[in-house]
Write a protein that binds this ligand. Sequence first.
Ligand code: NAP
Length: 246
Amino acid sequence: MTDFSGRKAIVTGATRGIGAAISRALLERGAIVIGVYGSDAAAAEQFREECAKLPGALHLHQCDVSDFAAVETFFDGVEKEFDTIDILVNNAGIRRDAIMAMMAKEDWQRVIDVNLTGGFNMSRFAVMLMLKQRYGRIIFITSPMAHLGFTGQANYAASKAGQIGMMKSLSRETAKRKITVNCVSPGFIETELISDLPEALAGEYKKLVPMKRFGNADEVAEAVLFLAGPGASYITGTVLEVTGGI
Ligand code: NAP
């Protein structure tokens, strides 16, 4: 098990679903986790209590990742309190599904703002800190929808494909400074994000998965921790799929 003692990690969407599993796994291995959540203060408080006895240290902050000014203020505080960071996991994400002919402009925009621009905002400031210390690990949580583009997900698929393009460019810009930038692409993972799927449709989707089941958030966290660890030092610009074979 990789030891993350003393490593400083920002995880967005840290208090629910996949982000909570990533944060917990980092805390179990001794990391300092600076967790960002969007609006669910009750979930954040519950997560804080759950993690109280873990070896690492958890610091939670409310910040809308789509808001450039709020992210800048958040990073000012991070730099003052922690000096620098080693790991950024761009995990915060939302869905607002509708077929394109019926998609509200606001639903298009909000998904792009949170999933894609949020990743830009966070990485933009994180990379400045990482460049100074000549070390860093940036991981985007994308989705196979980036290339599959299921019906009703034009906004989500575009945001996830955009993350892959952004990751590729950033990985080239930072490679010489020992900063790696990668994506993890989870398939169907049992979280609240997909809890609205009708049972029949969930059954159909499970049939599409060669492993014939949905994954769980801990299985995604394992892949993220691999890319976040020192052993992944020569891996950059890639997408690691955690999909049960889709
Ligand atoms: P989730 O359970 O719905 O959790 C989403 C998290 O994102 C929450 O912690 C939420 O914070 C946070 N968030 C949402 N909007 C935000 C904002 N504007 N600023 C800051 N934080 C914000 O979702 P999940 O299933 O864990 O998904 C996590 C990531 O994995 C997403 O990027 C998603 O696209 C990706 N993914 C998920 C699946 C899947 O099947 N579940 C598959 C592929 C990819 P609050 O709790 O405060 O609202």
